[in-house]
Design a protein around this ligand. Structure first.
Ligand code: IDP
Ligand code: MG
Length: 140
């Protein structure tokens, strides 16, 4: 196992319901360290670029609208196997399929408004962290 970093986003459905602290507790209790964090309002262009891999999917337009419907919290999480570990803590994309105790099981409103984003592989984690954070913001 190696220490990794992954990009996490607390999505607008969760910031709207004041769930940032409860979600952060899930990460910390699950062994991940929040090494960078900022609350921002994404622009449409930023959301479209970030989710560019899904551009051809039928839900793309709605997803972008949702992601700019309110503030998000951008985070870098660090720990052993952080990329896979974070996805375990988040639970399945569709909350109907998410395991007990996961963020999405407890907090997600729908398959779209599912409270959190997490990178899915080392390459995407590195790209997504660099998309939102400057090196000087990552102090470990
Ligand atoms: P992930 O967030 O679990 O990695 P992805 O397949 O990468 O899931 O999808 C990105 C995001 O797009 C999801 O978190 C969710 O917000 C949204 N999404 C995925 N599938 C659907 C769908 O079938 N309908 C509506 N939104 C979806
Ligand atoms: Mg994904």
């Amino acid at each position: 196992m190696a220490v990794e970093r992954t990009l996490s986003i607390i999505k607008p459905d969760a910031t709207r319901r004041n769930l940032t602290g409860k979600i952060n507790a899930k990460f910390e209790d699950g062994g991940l360290r929040i090494v960078a964090q900022k609350r921002v309002q994404l622009s449409q262009a930023q959301a479209e670029q970030f989710y560019g891999v899904h551009r051809e999917r039928p839900f793309f337009k709605d997803l972008v609208s949702f992601m700019i419907s309110g503030p998000v919290v951008l985070q870098v999480l660090e720990g052993e196997n952080a990329i896979a570990r974070n996805r375990e803590i988040m639970g399945a994309t569709n909350p109907a399929n998410a395991a007990e105790g996961t963020i999405r099981k407890e907090f997600a409103e729908s398959i779209e408004a599912n409270s959190v984003h997490g990178s899915d592989a080392p390459e995407t984690a590195a790209q997504e962290i660099a998309f939102f954070f400057a090196g000087i913001e990552l102090v470990g």
